[in-house]
Design a protein around this ligand. Structure first.
Ligand SMILES: Nc1nc2c(c(=O)[nH]1)N[C@H]1C(S)=C(S)[C@@H](COP(=O)(O)O)O[C@H]1N2
Ligand SMILES: [Mo]
Length: 506
């Protein structure tokens, strides 16, 4: 028995794990945070395999933490695959007494693993070379040691190997960060004037700014921090040049349009609010943007819809799919712009669907296919027990409160009712006995400038003298047909949050 690091089980374990860390870093260095990163396919498979009840509970109780745990699990599993590859190569090399096999074998096996996972044969060189380099280094350090080297030198070699793997991880992380497509909405480039009526966008954004109530830190009428909900943590990274959208299934003629064709159609700029069915009643997954895009109806007519169920399935590049009545899609648009910018990656670049008045989940991002169906089918979330394809449940939220110098209290928030439109917001300071009207922001303008936007929220504010002793504040919204926001309380799962937002002041 020699004193080689690789001759002990612990040494082999250490080197295999170090090779795995370097391998993941090597993949990240070349791919960044995109679907060609080796962890991404594993994460997608885990997301898909996760039982519905776990996902639903994770969403409503853990929020995005559940997703981060899933990503962590995917990182560990992918790392395990690379570590096993390295270990197999090391053991084979030792059995064959061949000094080339450990590193070369690690490279070949890791490359294979990466190709099977991502289908990318060139990018697979990243993890392969990085993992093999760590194995080769461990061997090289071993040959410096020699059979009579003291035990401390083995420890030093173990430390060097760990250090190199961590260094590789840091370098890979830095390189990958630079390669990762930007995700902040503000970083998206402005829409080119050829594909957008920039003057109309500027005018509408200015109107929204003027109409916004000044409610401290809460979002104005055009959200500054638009929420994001994705089934995977690693979003698709699509190329508008090769992207296309097909209308398939029960149609007279299947049609396909590309990005350029969509950009050449008559566009419009629409304010529209999205709300996630999985958010809390007074949560923050409800936002509004000015979207630029084209109406979907003419494309449906061109294809000639012949559905047996008057229903349609939208499919996306992240393997997401949602089914709902085609009627709703006829009012929808294909959006490629958001607040005057090119649609950001996190919100569905290059093109997403917007379906007015419905829960966020059918506003499919990274849209690739509109399949007209013969028969009803469940979408991604419906398979997991959610009922989120219908109209949103109206809500008035309470996100702002401040005490004025004169002792009065000022409260405010957003109210949204989908296509019903917010007509009034009422506030009660006695637990719902009596109600007073809040002040509302002016409605946002419709796409064509005539009248109000059909599917946008409004802000409300109310100032009052807090009664002596405690009191309960309740807020509710009234729609354009005098329909009062449902009072019945319900958790987000499965139909979306319902009830009146209230707060007890001692
Ligand atoms: N392709 C795809 N589209 C998607 C999703 C997704 O995970 N993948 N999430 C949906 C959900 S649940 C919501 S609430 C909205 C959120 O849109 P946003 O991330 O732009 O706010 O997108 C919907 N469209
Ligand atoms: Mo959602």
């Amino acid at each position: 028995m020699t004193d080689d690091l690789l001759d002990t089980r612990g040494g082999r374990l250490l080197v295999s794990v170090a090779a795995a860390v370097a391998g993941l870093a090597g993949s990240y260095a070349l791919s960044g945070y995109t679907p060609t990163f080796v962890v991404s396919p594993v994460e997608r498979a885990l997301t898909r395999a996760m039982p519905g009840i776990v996902v639903s509970t994770a969403i409503s109780t853990l929020g995005s933490l559940g997703q981060q745990l899933n990503l962590l699990l995917a990182v560990c599993l992918t790392g395990l695959l690379v570590a096993l590859a390295a270990r197999a190569a090391i053991l084979t090399g030792q059995a064959a007494n061949n000094r080339l096999v450990p590193a070369v074998g690690t490279a070949a096996l890791t490359w294979g693993v990466a190709v099977v996972l991502t289908g990318e044969s060139v990018l697979a060189a990243g993890p392969a070379v990085a993992a093999a380099a760590v194995v080769a280094l461990a061997q090289t350090l071993d040959s410096f040691g020699g059979p009579v080297a003291p035990i401390s030198s083995k420890r030093r070699r173990a430390l060097s190997t760990t250090g190199v793997a961590l260094g590789a991880a840091l370098l890979g992380y830095a390189a990958g960060e630079r390669r990762s497509p930007r995700t902040a909405d503000d970083d998206a480039p402005s829409l080119p004037t050829a594909s957008a009526d920039v003057a109309d966008i500027q005018r509408k954004l200015a109107i929204a700014e003027d109409a916004s109530l000044d409610l401290g830190d809460i979002d104005p009428l055009v959200s500054e921090r638009f929420y994001e909900v994705d089934i995977n943590s690693i979003d698709p990274d699509l190329d508008a040049g090769t992207w296309s959208l097909s209308i398939t299934g029960a149609v007279e003629e299947e049609i396909t349009v590309d990005y350029e064709e969509i950009q050449s159609m008559a566009a419009e700029n629409r304010f529209e609010t999205l709300r996630c069915v999985g958010e809390q009643l007074n949560g923050y997954k409800m936002d509004t943007a000015l979207w630029t895009g084209v109406p979907i109806e003419p494309l449906l007519d061109e294809a000639g819809v012949q559905s047996g169920c008057d229903c349609v399935m939208l499919r996306a590049d992240d393997d997401y799919f949602e089914e709902f009545p085609i009627e709703a899609l006829r009012r929808g648009m294909l959006a490629y712009g958001m607040n005057g910018k090119v649609l950001p990656r996190g919100h569905g670049y290059p093109v997403r669907a917007l379906v007015p008045g419905h829960w966020g989940e059918i506003n499919v991002k990274w849209l690739t296919e509109i399949e007209v169906l013969e028969r009803e089918a469940d979408g991604y979330w419906e398979r997991r027990g959610w009922h989120g394809t219908g109209p949103v449940i109206p809500v008035a939220k309470l996100h702002y409160e401040s005490l004025l110098d004169d002792g009065r209290r000022r409260v405010g928030g957003h109210a949204y009712a989908g296509l019903r439109g917010v007509e009034r917001v009422e506030v009660s300071t006695d637990g719902g006995e009596t109600w007073a009207d809040a002040t509302l922001s002016d409605p946002l303008p419709a796409a064509d400038g005539e009248g109000r936007a059909g599917d946008a929220w409004r802000q409300w504010e109310y100032t009052y003298d807090p009664p002596a002793g405690g009191h309960t504040l309740v807020v509710r919204m009234v729609d354009r047909d005098d329909g009062v926001q449902p009072e019945a309380e319900a958790d987000p799962y499965p139909n979306g949050p319902s009830g009146w937002v209230s707060k007890r002041y001692a």
